[in-house]
Structure formats: structure tokens, C-alpha cells
Write a protein that binds this ligand. Structure first.
Ligand SMILES: [Zn+2]
Length: 392
């Protein structure tokens, strides 16, 4: 089975996550890739189930046939990619140079997806008596709001949609992201939200008649800088993920240079380490700010809240993954990373989850994204070997 050929096909079908941009053409959303994947899997005799989680955005689930084993392994890869602005290579024309296969999504994460699908097909050919119990999920919207994985994990709680091929929680979830075949067991989460200040507008020639919302925000920002410096002392660093952080990334305010501004808004990014309570992040910041400023401000509910992944329940599975990797790609490590993944959503659903996949995160989302073909081929063997060992 040709994992390189499959990856080329996946790269050639755009599946851009708009990430807030207007959907201006068929290269946006996962729709066309989903059709290809369904045809491909069904064409190779694999049973598939689909769930529309939003218009044009469909989760795929496939399950190996005729297996009843108490351990179920979930293999998950996301269908979407980041946008292509600024790319210096043709994003959708897969191109090989030496060991490198170029194209948008080659590394994040169509490479991991091609490796999972290929391993899954190989496992389907194992005689039924020895076939492991494996479910493949190809989920949508990882790069923005996690609609796909949230729909899936929501299916295991009261009131969720039933997934016929995966009616109950799997035993373990393996999430494809470029890790160079290391086992990622922990990562930070992120909470992002807005704070606004209000003022009273007036002509800038008589500023004493108004209240300057930007001046107010400047005081808030100074207080937030102070809080950001304090953060590492408020909570011990996680041994794999380091410390919590806070950063103000965007300021908007005012209407004209000759008007005292009556409004100013900032966007805040707060990285959350394993063990922290995400729900406490905003209230803690508000309490700190209230001790620092004497004017009112408005704090919106987070527009993004992505949980951290802790290494509390996934260590044994990571060890077994690394045992599978050892003869294929040598000694790799359990590690923490700075980026978020679907694994934390599975962990929140009570499922041990480990992130492992071919390629280097340094090439993800880049202007000349590529993956190592050697890594890609090794990943097929890793996923297959792990599934066989996990369920026997
Ligand atoms: Zn990814």
C-alpha cells in the first residue's frame, strides 16, 4: 500500500479551515476531502459512518470489521489545514525532492492521516482472529474551534448524537500530529478573551471634558504585564510544559486623532498548564485587575477555551507506543509540547490520549510545508505495530 501516493492525493484536495476568514471558494472547508476519504475507505471495503457537525463539515468514523476485543484503540487525525497565504510553494501540488514531500498539510496533518489510514487498511487484512479492535476518526475543524472532536466526545455523554460504529468510549486515543514519532503526553491549553474599557468622547481640543478609554486601557495593560510577570510564581511549573503565561496580543480603540476615545478593547491569550482549572483563569485576572484600577471595565466570556493535556493517565500507553517505535525509529521520548491538540479533548472525556505522528512541528503551518517520507513510512509501521500489540 502506497502511503506516499495517498498523501499526494490528500494534499491535492484543499481543506482549508477559514479560521475566521470568509469562505471564498471550494478550497475552503473539508467538504471535498471528506468525499475523497469516504470513497477511498469504502472503495477498500471499510465500513464508514458520517456525522455533519456544521454545513460542509463532516466527521468520518470507520471501524475494522468482525472484532470483539475489550480494548478499543481510537486513531484520530484532523481533515483541515491552516490557510495558504504567503506560501512560497504551490500549496496543493504535491512535490517530492529527495526525502521531502511538499504541500499544505503534508506535515500537519495529512501525513499523519495517510499513515493512519494505511496502517488501518493493513490491519483490515489481518485474519479476523488476530485483528485488533481499531476505530479511525477523521475529524473536522481542529485548527479553529474543534467542532469535530467536540461532536465526537459529546456523543459519549447524555444527550449526544450516537456514533453507531463507536457507541461507547474507546480505551485509548492516539492523535496524529507531527511529533517525529515521540510520544507527546502533555501540552498547555489556551484561554482567550476580550476586556474593554469605556470612556466619554469629546473634542480633543478639550480633553478635560471627556474620559479617555485608551488611557484607562493603558493602566489595565500595565497591570496585566505585572500579572504576567507574577504568574510563574503563583503556580509551580509543570515538569513537561513549563509555566503559565499571559500575553496581550491585540489593542483596538478610538475613532480619530481629534476625538477623545470612548472605547478600547484588548484580546488576551493565557496559556494554561496541566492541573490548572481553566474556569478559574478569567476570574483570577479580574480579581487582580480590580485591586489595581479604580474604574470599571468589561470582561467578555472567552472566545476560545482549549484545555491542557496532562500526563496523569496516559503514561502506560505512551510507554507501549515507544516500545512499538523502538525497533522502527530508535529510542524516542515522552514529552510535553507548546501547541494544543485533540488529545486534551479526549482526556476531558476520560480517555487516555497520546499524540504521536510523523514529521516535525517546525514544518507545520509554514510557507514551504513538507514532511520527511522516511518518517511517513515509519509512522505506518508504528501505528500498525502499536494497534496489534495494544489489543493482544
Ligand atoms: Zn494539526
Amino acid at each position: 500500500m502506497d502511503v506516499v501516493g495517498l498523501l499526494k492525493d490528500l494534499i491535492a484536495i484543499p481543506s482549508i479551515n477559514p479560521m475566521g476568514r470568509a469562505v471564498t471558494g471550494p478550497e475552503f472547508l473539508e467538504t471535498r476531502l471528506t468525499s475523497f476519504l469516504l470513497d477511498y475507505l469504502r472503495g477498500h471495503g471499510l465500513e464508514c459512518e458520517t456525522h455533519d457537525v456544521a454545513p460542509g463539515r463532516t466527521n468520518i468514523v470507520s471501524r475494522l470489521p468482525e472484532v470483539s476485543h475489550p480494548i478499543t484503540v481510537l486513531l484520530d487525525a484532523h481533515q483541515d489545514t491552516v490557510p495558504v497565504e504567503g506560501m512560497t510553494i504551490p500549496p496543493f501540488r504535491p512535490d517530492v525532492s529527495g526525502d521531502q514531500l511538499f504541500g499544505r498539510g503534508s506535515c500537519d496533518v495529512k501525513g499523519g492521516m495517510a499513515a493512519m489510514i494505511t496502517a488501518f487498511r493493513q490491519l483490515a487484512q489481518v485474519p479476523a482472529t488476530h485483528r485488533p479492535n481499531v476505530v479511525l476518526t477523521l475529524t473536522v475543524d481542529e485548527e479553529a474551534t474543534s467542532l469535530g472532536v467536540n461532536h465526537l466526545t459529546g456523543s459519549w455523554v447524555e444527550g449526544g448524537t450516537t456514533y453507531r460504529l463507536l457507541p461507547t468510549r474507546p480505551t485509548v486515543a492516539i492523535v496524529a500530529e507531527p511529533t517525529m514519532l515521540n510520544a507527546v503526553v502533555a501540552h498547555r491549553g489556551a484561554t482567550r478573551w476580550r476586556i474593554s474599557t469605556a470612556g466619554r468622547a469629546c473634542h480633543s481640543s478639550r480633553p478635560q471634558d471627556g474620559v479617555n478609554a485608551i488611557y484607562r486601557m493603558a493602566k489595565l495593560i500595565s497591570a496585566l504585564e505585572e500579572y504576567a510577570q507574577l504568574l510563574p510564581t503563583l503556580r509551580p511549573a509543570h515538569h513537561l510544559c513549563g509555566t503559565s503565561t499571559l500575553s496581550v496580543g491585540l489593542v483596538t480603540g478610538g475613532s480619530s486623532v481629534n476625538v477623545v476615545p470612548d472605547g478600547c478593547v484588548i484580546d488576551i491569550d493565557r496559556r494554561v498548564i496541566p492541573g490548572e482549572d481553566c474556569n478559574q483563569v478569567v476570574p483570577d485576572v479580574v480579581a487582580f485587575l480590580k485591586g489595581k484600577v479604580d474604574f470599571p471595565f468589561t470582561c467578555e466570556a472567552p472566545f476560545l477555551s482549549s484545555p491542557p493535556l496532562s500526563d496523569a493517565i496516559n503514561g502506560d500507553w505512551a510507554d507501549r507506543l515507544l516500545e512499538a517505535v523502538l525497533p522502527i525509529d530508535g529510542q524516542k521520548q515522552k514529552m510535553g509540547v507548546a501547541y494544543g491538540t485533540h488529545a486534551s479533548r479526549f482526556e476531558q472525556a476520560g480517555i487516555p490520549a497520546v499524540v504521536i505522528g510523523p514529521g516535525d512541528i517546525a514544518q507545520a503551518h509554514t510557507k514551504d510545508e513538507f514532511i520527511s517520507i522516511d518518517q511517513l513510512q515509519k509512522a505506518v509501521d508504528v501505528y500498525r505495530t502499536f494497534c496489534l500489540s495494544a489489543t493482544h
